[in-house]
Design a binder for this molecule. Structure first.
Ligand code: FEO
Ligand code: CA
Ligand code: CA
Ligand code: CA
Length: 517
């Protein structure tokens, strides 16, 4: 309305300065409420897990954007918080681990489905809704593949769920990232002999679950919580999975391997809406080529691996044999809704003296998502000049402004790692597409101490930004003296939580393409 536009005209996009304050600070014109936090009772038996990351909201009815199902990833569980086990204070911690502790940690990872509803501008959990459920590290999950992996076609659990995506048929994708921390990994020496690499968390002491069952893209049906792991998309530290549906309904899926010097992948399906039939490619960003990881047609792969299943399980090695370009930790990926360009966060790579990372732009040849050639360039570099460091999650709003979060790790901040000091707490930024600030990086939210802001996701009407506040107080060594108190509960214990951000500033940003405000 005229009135509303007049009001929005007065809203100024004014960035925050870097802050060390232990609070979730928002720019003028934004407000938030906590929707879900660690330990919240979803049902009489299930509670909301720890360290929420990716969020994805699907309304029951497109015409009613304020009632639907929220998926939330629970990436990892801090043993001190969920099981009272202090890794830092114990000598030989792995020897002291108990099954009871590990069980608590296993319960607190995976994901949550929660019905959430907005009433009078406040988003709330609908407690005990029949859709509410947990998926944990103990939930049986099918492999969407015909050849068993380590003898199984159904595996136990999902964990390390970092970012994710949504499918055109409205299911959730949740991606298994640093799986090696949990049950270790199988590495191979120069003679192709397997070596067991131990995990950091030591879960393998109590559960003999093969590492090969993790590191996949997992699809979850919101309606009944059934899940499957998509082997065809390859096994690596998947940060996210971003889908595009071609006119003939074949699917293109982009995913990055968030590890130093690992790669960017895309899967192109050969059948409509399939995440099983098709070819996995890996990026040579220097020559702008998508290289097929195709055992049948690549002698170099045939020579090393026994079949296509092994190529997918050992995708990293296959990618290197094919000549893929090592990247500076590819994180989240989003497709620009206006140009169709693909944006990839490269968070950092200290091995290559890249402390601040960058956002890479991928332009597929002739704008075709199933092209086998492309051009890669740097869209925006991190560093003091642009006011951000270590880009991680990305999200486009309705008018094509790019929102971005930063992930300077707790260790980096804590050791007073010099390059990161000017940026202070991790933050949420927006890069406006239009107007006088177009292309500038503007800080719009600042995280509580030790926290990272993750999982930005806009409601379909663009009016709400769901955001995770992950690991506040992560550096805590003693629960009686935590390094953060956010969200300021009476018990004084910091808790990861999902917030809903609203306000005139979001409404204005969403209208930037329609009307000059
Ligand atoms: Fe879990 Fe790549 O961040
Ligand atoms: Ca991430
Ligand atoms: Ca995203
Ligand atoms: Ca990260």
């Amino acid at each position: 309305s005229e009135e509303q536009l007049k009001k929005l005209k007065g809203v100024v996009l004014e960035g925050l300065v870097p802050s060390s304050e232990d609070d979730l600070l928002l720019a003028n014109g934004l407000n938030y409420n906590v929707v879900l936090k660690w330990g919240d009772q979803l049902t009489n038996k299930d509670t909301f897990g720890f360290n929420n990351d990716f969020t994805c909201f699907i309304p029951f009815d497109e015409k009613k954007p304020n009632d639907g199902l929220l998926w939330v990833n629970h990436e990892y569980a801090n043993p001190l918080f969920v099981a009272g086990f202090n890794f830092n204070a114990i000598e030989n911690p792995l020897e002291q681990r108990t099954k009871e502790q590990v069980d608590k940690e296993m319960y607190n990872v995976g994901g949550s489905i929660a019905r959430v509803k907005e009433e009078n501008g406040v988003w709330k959990l609908v407690q005990n809704d029949p859709h509410n459920r947990r998926i944990t590290a103990q939930t049986p999950i099918k492999l969407n593949w015909d050849t068993p992996i380590k003898g199984k076609t159904e595996v136990i659990g999902t964990h390390s769920n970092c970012s994710g995506g949504i499918t055109p048929w409205n299911t959730f994708l949740t991606c298994e990232e640093n799986y090696q921390d949990v049950f270790g990994d199988t590495l191979y020496d120069d003679d192709n002999n397997p070596i067991n690499a131990p995990s950091i968390l030591g879960w393998e002491k109590f559960y003999d679950y093969p590492p090969e069952h993790y590191g996949w893209v997992v699809e979850v049906n919101p309606k009944d919580g059934s899940a499957q792991k998509h082997v065809a998309l390859g096994r690596f530290a998947h940060e996210c999975c971003t889908l595009y549906e071609l006119e003939d309904k074949r699917i293109v899926a982009y995913s990055g391997d968030d590890k130093k010097d690992e790669h960017l992948y895309k899967f192109i399906s050969s059948k409509p809406r399939s995440l099983k039939e098709g070819t996995l490619y890996v990026a040579d960003t220097v020559n702008g080529k998508w290289l097929a990881l195709d055992w049948e047609n690549e002698p170099i792969l045939k020579n090393k691996f026994k079949d296509q299943t092994e190529v997918l399980v050992r995708a990293r090695e296959a990618a290197k044999l094919m000549g893929a370009t090592p990247l500076n930790r590819p994180e989240d990926i989003e497709i620009d809704p206006i140009t169709g360009n693909i944006f990839v966060s490269l968070t950092n790579n200290k091995n290559r003296n890249d402390y601040h990372g960058s956002i890479m732009k991928v332009e597929e040849t002739n704008g075709k998502f199933d092209a086998l050639t492309f051009k890669a360039s740097t869209y925006k570099a991190g560093g003091e000049e642009n006011g951000f460091s270590c880009p991680d999650n990305l999200a486009f709003d309705l008018s094509g402004n790019l929102w971005m979060t930063s992930d300077m790790s707790g260790d980096a901040m804590n050791k007073k790692d010099k390059p990161y000091m000017p940026f202070k707490n991790n933050s949420l930024f927006v890069i406006p597409r239009y107007g006088k600030d177009a292309g500038k990086v503007i800080r719009v939210a600042s995280a509580p101490r030790d926290a990272e802001l993750t999982g930005p996701w806009f409601s379909p009407d663009g009016k709400t930004l769901f955001l995770s506040v992950q690991h506040p107080g992560e550096q805590t060594k003693d629960l009686n003296n935590p390094t953060s108190k956010w969200p300021f509960d009476q018990d004084g214990i910091p808790k990861p939580a999902v917030v809903a951000i609203k306000g005139d500033l979001i409404e204005k940003m969403n209208l930037l393409n329609k009307i000059e405000l």
